[in-house]
Design a protein around this ligand. Structure first.
Ligand code: IMP
Length: 424
């Protein structure tokens, strides 16, 4: 079984990073990130409990001999990815980047900050505007960053100037948002100067792009071909999405979605693999639900005095933006739809240990709300594998198997690597 896809079946933040890390550790030698960009945050803890957060990088960067691919379906902010590559010391041996990946340029981030951050509650990383520019066939790609830098510079400069000068936002509002953007990215700008956009581009942004153009030349290639080669060599390949089923741009939550497809269709479009080359699809579901950003959430908890306390105990704040996440009960009716869309073979339920931190354990199934007894755990910070064998957990697992038509359920019961029991 050389290819396994790991897909989040909720709204992102299901704990995919931990599941992928376990598979990488136990089995894989190739990890492919197939969609999204720096909007994601995958938190991984190693055996010693040391925490790592990846944003755009595939989760295989923690394993030396693993090959990592950023596929063409990912949008790339050349500056933030470069920082991440340095932080994880990801050499061009370990990491290959699609030469087709669309770029996230300053005007994309600015449009996101000016419009979509408020409208949709986006992460304001420029994701939607970069994909939109690609779909309208205007955007530039990694190959052009490396081989046609002048085109990228001209495009980037003209687009930024257009929104600064002609868009609907007042000039003062644009300047204040732009100043914040510059500071966040380590640039110095003087928005009071008449030519501040030109100064920024020519004196600050372009010199960085010039360095990065050279830097990425070692990293880019046709990753569709590379992946076919790895497949034919029978390597063990994991394909990981950045967000989840509920955020797919073609899902029913539109427009409160991200701008790419975490679902199985996206895997094929974004990587060049065909459907016969996918051997197993593993879904990841958290035992309660969380969501950042706007949009309906039918099992959401009514905020009460305890909500903040529980949110803190669960650590439910965005890994990328630090925003408090909205919380609610597990919705197995949604999970069932997500399984159908994706042809799910098995599910990993994550945060089994966290049920101990909740006041009660409820879930929605068949339009009913079930309430079952919370399981007891000696030390909620360090649940043991033998504690999984208890009445209420087994009842829950069997209920899911029967109602969702799945043979295999896996349980992740702690932060650390190896706190994951396959095939309950
Ligand atoms: P964007 O992807 O930044 O355009 O944001 C679109 C929507 O997806 C917003 O509601 C974000 O909060 C949400 N979103 C994007 N990335 C993630 C993620 O990794 N986890 C959870 N929600 C996300």
């Amino acid at each position: 079984m050389p290819t396994k896809v790991v897909i989040g079946l909720q709204w992102g933040d299901e704990g995919k990073g931990k599941v992928v890390d376990q598979l990488v550790h136990d089995w894989a030698n190739v990890v492919v990130r197939y969609q999204g960009g720096p909007n994601a945050g995958h938190t991984i803890y190693n055996e010693e409990g040391k925490k790592f957060v990846t944003h755009a990088l595939p989760s295989g960067v923690l394993k030396n001999e693993c090959k990592n691919i950023i596929a063409k379906g990912c949008v790339i902010n050349p500056i933030s990815l470069h920082k991440e590559i340095k932080e994880f010391r990801a050499t061009s041996e370990m990491l290959r980047i699609s030469d087709m990946s669309p770029l996230i340029l300053p005007h994309h981030v600015m449009i996101d900050k000016l419009k979509y951050q408020t409208k949709i509650g986006t992460t304001a990383k420029g994701i939607g505007p970069a994909y939109a520019d690609y779909i309208s066939r205007d955007n530039k790609i990694m190959l052009e960053l490396c081989n046609c830098l002048d085109d990228v510079k001209n495009y980037s400069y003209n687009q930024l100037r257009k929104i600064a000068e002609f868009d609907v936002y007042s000039k003062d509002y644009f300047k204040s948002v732009f100043e914040k953007y510059a500071i966040e990215n380590g640039f110095e700008v003087n928005v009071e100067s008449e030519n501040y956009i030109k100064d920024f581009m020519y004196n600050q942004y372009f010199p960085v792009l010039e360095e990065l153009s050279e830097f990425y030349s070692d990293y880019i290639e046709d990753t569709d071909l590379l992946l076919q080669q790895y497949y034919n060599e029978n390597r063990n390949i994991i394909l990981e999405g950045a967000q989840g089923w509920g955020l797919d741009v073609w899902g029913r939550s539109y427009p409160n979605v991200t701008s790419s497809s975490p679902n199985i269709g996206g895997v094929l479009t974004y990587t060049g693999l065909n459907h016969k080359q996918i051997d197993e699809v593993i879904g990841v579901v958290k035992l309660y639900k969380s969501k950042v950003g706007s949009g309906s959430f039918r099992t959401e908890w009514v905020e009460c005095d305890r909500t903040d306390e529980i949110r803190k105990a669960l650590g439910e704040y965005g890994a990328t933006t630090g925003r408090p996440r909205r919380l609610g009960w597990l919705d197995l009716d949604e999970v069932k739809s997500a399984c159908q869309t994706n042809g799910i073979d098995s599910i990993v339920f994550t945060r089994v240990d966290s049920v101990a931190l909740l006041d009660e354990f409820k879930f929605k199934l068949g339009n009913n709300i079930y309430e079952i007894d919370k399981w007891s755990i000696n030390d909620p910070d360090d649940m043991q594998e033998d504690e999984l064998i208890q009445r209420d957990i087994i009842y829950f697992v069997n209920l899911v198997k029967t109602n969702l038509g799945l043979k295999n359920i896996h349980l992740s019961y702690g932060k650390r690597r190896n706190q994951l029991k396959w095939n309950m």
